[in-house]
Design a protein around this ligand. Structure first.
Ligand SMILES: NC(=O)c1ccc[n+]([C@@H]2O[C@H](COP(=O)([O-])OP(=O)(O)OC[C@H]3O[C@@H](n4cnc5c(N)ncnc54)[C@H](O)[C@@H]3O)[C@@H](O)[C@H]2O)c1
Length: 365
């Protein structure tokens, strides 16, 4: 079987890591066949590999079976559509696009089921999140009452924001922490717990940095079954916190500092509430701790899974079609904050696009 010839489009910070993984043989049954970047200075790292300064020339050269797209987010739907229409398999970096309507257009271009279309949600390989998902999906946790996720371990200084003109602008990135860092967490959130029915969020623009987009977010969400959730994130707090707590009918789950603990109640809380006879009784609990040696294969595991899906039909860890959900959450949080109202899901894609276009029009960046 021939190895999959993969071209990487956008070989900046993230794309060069993907290109190196391929060039250094870290991905089985795959080779780096080309690199593509609008900045040809980037090509010197791979002197033996053909370099292209635009994706059209790359696709015309027919030296790739698949592409990995690691350009700035606004380009993902553009390069993604080109590659899909040329019949290539595509692995796109997160987020799939900067607004829902663009993501829908990209997904509509994926008409051939033989073409593998995946998204780089590398944190789905993390065994802690996999375990939480399993505990939810198997019913071990029982009905969820409340989810609280504080994820402020995304601290960034001003030099980070200065490192690319596209960063932290409405035009270049479509948002801040919700579009750059948090697509991972918003994806994990919906992957573990499903999509909420409505969102109310408060986003502060440039609270900690001289940027026009949000770097501080507090969101409240409600599920159709009455469960509630809070999601808090920021790039301005150090040291940050990553604490995920789930209160459910069978007890409480807490993930923090590389420890996952499940305190299981002796009987479902709802049953105890109805049957206990003593005035201040509360259910007894037994604790199970889950520990894992590492945080999974991350980017290379997603790359390998992409290749295995192409060659063997292996199921994708992160199909691109699921990339729209985290984007929808991020867009809904921004719409809610900007319009000072609760936003019902599914999100009105056109309403969000109008808001973003308005923000871009008024931007001075
Ligand atoms: N999965 C992860 O953990 C992870 C981590 C970092 C970044 N990312 C994602 O990767 C993408 C790139 O981020 P980065 O930090 O590497 O940015 P970067 O600015 O370092 O790199 C982007 C590269 O794309 C090139 N480029 C821009 N427009 C292009 C186009 N139309 N065609 C070809 N090349 C083009 C730029 O010249 C640059 O070299 C973003 O979408 C980001 O969200 C993902």
């Amino acid at each position: 079987m021939q190895p999959v010839r993969i071209a990487v489009i956008g070989v900046g910070s993230m794309g060069s890591t993907h290109a190196n993984a391929l060039a250094q043989g870290k991905i089985q049954r795959a080779t780096l066949s080309a690199v593509c970047d609008t900045d040809s200075n980037r090509f010197s790292q791979w002197p033996q590999i053909p370099g292209f300064t635009n994706p059209h020339d790359l696709l015309r050269a027919k030296i790739a079976d698949a592409v990995v797209i690691a350009t700035p987010h606004v380009d993902h739907p553009v390069s993604g559509r080109l590659a899909l229409e040329a019949g290539l398999h595509v692995l796109v970096e997160k987020p799939i696009a900067v607004h829902k309507a663009d993501a829908q257009k990209l997904l509509a271009a994926h008409t051939n089921p033989q073409q593998v279309f995946a998204i780089m949600f590398n944190q789905r390989t993390d065994p802690f999140y996999r375990k939480i998902r399993e505990l939810v999906q198997t019913g071990e946790l029982g009905a969820i009452q409340r989810i609280q996720w504080t994820i402020t371990t995304w601290y960034r200084c001003n030099a980070y924001y200065r490192s690319g003109t596209w960063r932290a602008t409405w035009r270049g990135e479509g948002g801040g922490v919700l579009l750059n860092q948090c697509p991972h967490n918003l994806d994990l959130f919906q992957w573990m717990f499903g999509m909420p029915a409505r969102v109310r969020a408060f986003c502060r623009l440039g609270r900690y940095h001289p940027i026009e987009v949000e770097d501080d977010v507090t969101a409240y969400m409600e599920y159709a079954n009455g469960a509630t959730a809070t999601f808090i994130t920021s790039t301005g707090e150090a040291p940050g916190t990553n604490r995920l707590e789930v209160a459910a009918d069978h007890g409480r789950l807490v993930y923090e500092n590389d420890k996952l603990a499940f305190q299981r109640t002796e009987m479902p809380v709802s049953q105890f509430t109805q049957t206990a006879t003593s005035m201040f009784a509360a259910p007894q609990t037994t604790t199970t701790e889950f520990t894992f040696q590492d945080h999974g294969g991350q980017h290379n595991e997603i790359l390998q899974n992409f290749v295995d899906a192409i060659l063997d039909g292996k199921p994708l860890i992160a199909p691109a079609s699921e990339g729209i959900k985290s984007l929808e959450l991020g867009n809904a949080m921004l719409l809610s904050a900007m319009e000072n109202r609760t936003v019902e899901l599914p999100l009105d894609a056109a309403a969000y696009q109008r808001l973003l276009e308005d923000l871009i029009r008024k931007s001075t960046k």
